[in-house]
Ligand binder design. Sequence first.
Ligand code: FNR
Length: 371
Amino acid sequence: MTAQLFTPLSLRDIRLRNRVVIPPMCQYSARDGIAGDYHLVHYGRFALGGAGLVILEATAVVPEGRITHGDLGIWSDAHGDALARVAGFLKAHGAAAGVQLAHAGRKASMQRPWEGNGPLSADEIARGEAPWPVVAPSAIPLDEGWLMPAELSPADLDALTAAFAAVARRADAAGFDVIELHAAHGYLLHTFLSPLTNRREDAFGGDRAGRMRFPLGVARALREAWPAGKPLFVRVSAVDGLDGGLTLEDTLAFAAELRVLGVDVLDCSSGGLAGSATAARIRRDYGFQVGFAEAVRRETGLATMAVGLIVDPRQADGIVTEGRADLVAVGREALADPNWAVRASRALDGAEEPGFEAWPQQAGWWLERRE
Ligand code: FNR
């Protein structure tokens, strides 16, 4: 019997060959936001490795929305053309192609993680990677020593909503099957949702309805711009894990509204709102965020994706079999082994001599005849 993890899932007109998703993971390896050979090879490995859906990393809708100078972007046709090559390869090898549309908000203009993970310093400036002004719902910096964000005006918000819609059309033209809207991890949309970072007194702040207004407006604009046959995902931080921060109740309310707007899947992550000095009270253990995906699925009827320290094929299969989530994302474990999905399909087969049918024939034909 095929393991539940390896049953297909149809979302609108898109059929995923299985439930294994590669979640968005920034590579900080683009030049001026343009995807290059690195991205083709890096993402291509996951399609060859059997994943059902590969979601490209946070891809900035406007240049100022990048986290670092190395982030991918999708703000011009040249960016779309470069991404089309990656999407085309993924689809040619059986994976659905997704892209995460993002704006970093007050967490923009940073060093790459391995260069310090802090605000851009004199070293980067000396080699031409200057900081740029950052924006947010309210003028509250990430932490001490970080750039003070400018508060976005209602006109700025309209322009950003239009930018999201425009890049959704570009993502469609580039051949992507799935868009994921990034509303997690302390980036722009999350900072609107959380009462800790949204202190606005206009229609885009205040109570929960006000704080959700801009993120919901972006989701609505994406749904209208994105073809009706293609699924739309939203990634949230289901809780902030901070005093006075977002709670699961807030997330359930947001999920219910997204469902009405025609969002297809809620990708349930957590945390990331504050600077490193303010550690969130979120205990990281195997599958530590699965409960959020389970609660959203149960309480709102929205399909969900579970993510976070899902590392083992049986663990992943159990999440789907027990109805806790519809999709399972495997991030760092797939960085360690891009063949995670095809290997998992053998491990779960239960056959005495599990075959290599799921592997690309260029490898599978030989592996089958190894002995
Ligand atoms: C990430 N993560 C992430 N999340 C997101 O929404 N957009 C992004 O661009 C990134 N970038 C990113 C880069 C790298 C190198 C890592 C390791 C992680 C978070 C990621 O999608 C995932 O939620 C976490 O890694 C937890 O899942 P795993 O790795 O425990 O399976």
